[in-house]
Ligand binder design. Structure first.
Ligand code: CA
Length: 228
């Protein structure tokens, strides 16, 4: 079955590039230049994945994310320019799956699409409870974290934080999402908690906490657990 992708992008060159690269990969691609056009296409037949630009001629992408999330679990990947940081975070918090900063490579786009589609697939099946990459192995069901075969001792909060990232492995999780899910909704402004606990986790999990390979920083946005 060919997966259907809706690309919402007003930049003609980027739109054409994404469309041709995804078509080559076997996706069935529809394009929209404005929010209005995207809404019309969505009402007609929801796609399997949406690639959404932020700066559109007739408005803000966040409106589209909220509309889609009211009815569908369709993965949404944001493509944005670097200066749109604050908007990007609002979109992730509204339910977008991930983002790419322009300029990005087609390989990067495809990798993020695979992760997003995989997460939607597993959301319907059993939840992902085991994460393994290089020397790190996390088993959420057994409450066990191992590095190079040795069991690590994490505090309950460190484990909760790591578990939250494992459940979204490969995808960015915003500061606000992490704080709400690990500490509670009243702690979403306490970014210093996150910095402190992320530092502790890195010192236990990473070979070199200064150059993390597992717990990656998405500057100004949040963190991502590496999957490859
Ligand atoms: Ca644009």
């Amino acid at each position: 079955m060919r997966l259907r992708v809706l690309v919402v992008e007003d930049d003609r060159e980027i739109r054409a590039l994404i469309q041709s690269s995804l078509s080559v990969e076997g996706f069935d691609v529809q394009t929209a230049v404005t929010l209005h056009e995207a809404q019309a296409l969505l009402a007609h037949s929801p796609p399997d994945l949406i690639v959404l630009d932020l700066g559109l001629p007739d408005g803000d992408g966040v409106e589209l994310v909220r509309q889609v999330r009211r009815q569908h679990t369709t993965p949404i990947l944001i493509v944005s320019a670097r200066h749109q940081e604050a908007q990007k975070i609002a979109l992730l918090d509204a339910g977008a799956d991930d983002y790419l900063t322009k300029p990005f490579s087609v390989a990067e786009l495809l990798a993020r699409m695979r992760v997003a589609l995989r997460h939607r697939g597993t959301a319907l099946a059993a939840a992902v409870t085991i994460h393994a990459l290089e020397d790190l192995r996390v088993d959420l069901a057994l409450h066990q974290v191992q590095k190079g075969g040795e069991t690590l001792h994490l505090t309950p909060t460190e484990f909760k934080l790591l578990a939250r990232l494992v459940r979204s492995a490969g995808r960015v999780v915003t500061h606000r999402q992490l704080l709400a899910d690990v500490w509670g909704p009243e702690f979403t402004e306490h970014i210093h908690y996150l910095r402190l606990y992320m530092g502790q986790l890195r010192s236990k999990i990473e070979h070199d906490p200064a150059e993390p390979r597992h717990l990656l920083t998405e500057t100004g946005v949040g963190y991502r657990l590496a999957v490859d």
